[in-house]
Design a protein around this ligand. Structure first.
Ligand SMILES: Cc1cc2nc3c(=O)[nH]c(=O)nc-3n(C[C@H](O)[C@H](O)[C@H](O)COP(=O)(O)OP(=O)(O)OC[C@H]3O[C@@H](n4cnc5c(N)ncnc54)[C@H](O)[C@@H]3O)c2cc1C
Length: 379
């Protein structure tokens, strides 16, 4: 299949999400596996290369359509949506924006078509929010670099073909594309996560890994300010829509249940305390989606406000996703705590969004800083 135009990709995704992903999301979560056949279908339909320009085989989707695509997929299955966040946003969008033409020509066609899967290897055991403190090292060789270190919590590292790795040379942070086949690359699966259970999270162990000069992404020293921050800007936009997606799914669960379940001789939805939870959810989902759209418009216009609009959207939508899913569990009562209903999975998935792509506290720090600069009276 070669559904490559944005509208075709979106139409295909809507049908696939409803017919294939939503009914299987619970099983993916239980087994901890995103089947290769699902990834293949997403790839063939152009979903994994959605934002990559047509020049490299992608659909060239704009920010608003990509947001909707993320919501459509994420509402059906968070682990599948995570593949878009990691492969499409963190890796593909970053390479499109920051990599040399040589890297783009060499890697983007395979990434856009999903023939190869990319992952983003920044975090380490002692470098989470303080990502610039990574200790994975690189040293210069005559015709390239040698990498050593250990990356933790790397989504899709278990199945990825390419790793966007961040490493330091005495505090000079740089980014490299590393092929899984390179001698010295090893991954070790990590299990037992609260959510994103089918995202093949692994440690990435690099032992004397030789990386050719041309696989340096950006310049030496550009790893954090230029490459990682660009990637996180794209990843955050994806997570903002992921929050809308999960909250929308939880809203539908709570409304459906509240209009079917009866207690005290009436539908529970007729009780005003239940109505309050539903009203808050409707309002918050609406507000979060609108903040995401504002961020999308700012991104499409390449506005200087795009970064802060994305931070605000990510912070708000992950916060309300947590609230809405918690209320959905509440409305479903005992059934909300049972894995035969989706509410408990949505509740677990929502919490992850407050941690990844910059925790809520880090978003608050950046948003408050923006507030002081923008709103403090100068005289
Ligand atoms: C499911 C999952 C998937 C992931 N996938 C990836 C991936 O693909 N690639 C990757 O590189 N990483 C990945 N990560 C790692 C993720 O990016 C980190 O967990 C995240 O950056 C937070 O770092 P940390 O866990 O070390 O927490 P810490 O940084 O130790 O933070 C712990 C707490 O301290 C707070 N805190 C820290 N600093 C400050 C501060 N300055 N001000 C206020 N509060 C602060 C935090 O907000 C948090 O509440 C993943 C994590 C999870 C859970």
């Amino acid at each position: 299949m070669s559904a490559r135009r944005p509208a075709e990709v979106l139409d295909w995704a809507r049908a696939f999400a409803e017919e294939e992903l939503a009914p299987s999301a619970g099983e993916f979560d239980r087994t901890g596996q995103l089947p290769g056949s699902v990834i293949r279908q997403l790839a063939d339909a152009g979903v994994l290369g959605a934002v990559v320009p047509p020049r490299w085989g992608g659909a060239g989707m704009d920010a608003l359509d990509y947001g909707e695509l993320t919501e459509v997929v994420g509402k059906a299955c968070s682990s599948t949506r995570a593949l878009l966040t990691v492969h499409t946003s963190l890796v593909c969008e970053t390479l499109v924006e920051r990599a040399s033409d040589r890297i783009k020509d060499k890697y983007l066609p395979d990434l856009a078509s999903g023939r190869r899967i990319g992952c983003f290897a920044l975090s380490e055991a002692d470098a989470g929010s303080d990502a610039a403190s990574v200790t994975t090292s690189y040293t210069r060789q005559r015709d390239g670099f040698v990498l050593n270190g250990r990356k933790k919590w790397i989504s899709f590292a278990g199945i990825a073909d390419l790793f966007l790795v961040f490493a330091t040379d005495n505090g000079v942070l740089s980014a490299f594309l590393v092929d899984r086949d390179t001698p010295g690359v090893r991954t070790a699966p990590m299990t037992g996560f609260l959510g994103n259970r089918a995202t093949h999270i692994a440690e990435v162990v690099l032992t004397d890994v030789a990386v050719p000069e041309e696989n340096l992404v950006g310049r030496i020293g550009a790893g954090f300010g230029f490459i990682a921050n660009t990637a996180l800007f794209h990843g955050r936009y994806s997570i903002a829509w992921a929050g809308v997606a999960i909250a929308q799914a939880a809203l539908e669960e709570m409304c459906t249940y509240a209009t079917r379940r009866e207690q005290f001789g009436v539908q529970i939805g007729a009780h005003q305390l239940v109505q309050k939870m539903v009203a808050d959810a409707v309002t918050n989902v609406d507000a979060a989606r609108e903040l995401c759209r504002q961020a999308g418009r700012a991104r499409a216009e390449r506005s200087v406000e795009a970064v802060m609009r994305t931070n605000i959207a990510k912070y708000f939508s992950s916060t309300i996703a947590q609230q809405v899913t918690s209320d959905a569990v509440q409305v479903l009562g005992g059934n909300g705590c049972w894995d035969q209903y989706p509410a408990e999975r949505l509740f677990r998935e929502a919490k992850i969004l407050e941690i990844i792509e910059g925790t809520s506290q880090l978003q608050q720090v950046m948003i408050a800083d923006h507030g002081y600069k923008t709103f403090a009276r100068k005289s």
